[in-house]
Design a protein around this ligand. Structure first.
Ligand code: CTP
Ligand code: MG
Length: 228
């Protein structure tokens, strides 16, 4: 039997959380007694296919980080950059400099709940593709800012974790030449010519972005009620 692939989770937590406000960045705030980052990391590390996790944090966030991840088995954090893309890049380079995994799950620290079935689907999606990403249909009507509506069935909303063959996503990041930073890693993989599999996402993966998102998740680690 072939060896099981080595899977690493790369969790980016180097943002400032400006839209959420508050005294400390959103990923270090608590919901239901644990930090958002703790929950995000625990959900990934709890999956039997995930071997290890690496977190990327911002300059000056070391203290908040140590408090937030107490009790988890994690290596020293890597320092991120000005943009999410740079933070991911720093994390990928750090993984490459230690022991490169076969597969990397790139994840936002601001998404505290990843159901195990999503990781199962992502890893299955990698069977035939370089990358697999969770997507959900858009349920609200969509319009351009000038007011004209567009056909929402042509769009999906994209979540994390996003799964990639490690060497391919590392090479794609190194060769990126876009003028603006990409908002996710699937865009970077596509720019390098890779076709990405869309797998079914989950409402639980939604990102904590605004202060109201915390109020909604006060009852526990599942940040949103299920979408009906
Ligand atoms: N992130 C990062 N490095 C950055 C910017 C963002 O690691 N320079 C991370 C955030 O910590 C978060 C994820 O990328 O886990 C998604 O970004 P977002 O939701 O935009 O978080 P922030 O950038 O922190 O929030 P805001 O844009 O409201 O300031
Ligand atoms: Mg941001």
């Amino acid at each position: 039997m072939a060896d099981r692939p080595k899977v690493a989770a790369l969790i980016v937590a180097a943002g400032k959380g400006e839209r959420a406000g508050g005294v400390i960045p959103k990923q270090y705030r608590e919901i239901g007694g644990n930090s958002v980052l703790f929950l995000a990391a625990k959900a990934l590390l709890g999956h039997p296919a995930v071997d290890r996790a690496q977190v990327v944090i911002g300059e000056g966030q070391r203290e908040a980080y140590e408090t937030a991840v107490m009790g988890l088995s994690l290596p020293a954090p890597i320092i991120g950059g000005e943009t999410r893309q740079q933070s991911v890049r720093n994390g990928l380079e750090a993984l490459a400099a230690t022991e490169s995994p076969d597969i990397v799950l790139i994840h936002d620290a601001a998404r505290p709940d990843t159901p195990p079935a999503v990781i199962d689907r992502l890893l299955s999606g990698l069977g035939a593709h370089i990358g697999a990403i969770p997507a959900l249909p858009v349920t609200d009507s969509l319009a351009r800012t000038d007011g004209s509506t567009v056909d929402r069935s042509a769009f999906v909303s994209i979540q994390t974790p996003q799964a990639f063959r490690f060497e391919a996503i590392l090479a794609a990041h190194r060769s990126w030449s876009g003028a603006e930073p990409a908002t996710d890693d699937a865009a970077i993989a596509r720019a390098a010519g890779h076709e990405i599999a869309l797998i079914e996402g989950d409402a639980a993966l939604r990102k904590l972005t605004f202060a109201e998102d915390f109020a909604m998740s006060a009852a526990g680690p599942t940040p949103f009620p299920p979408v009906r």
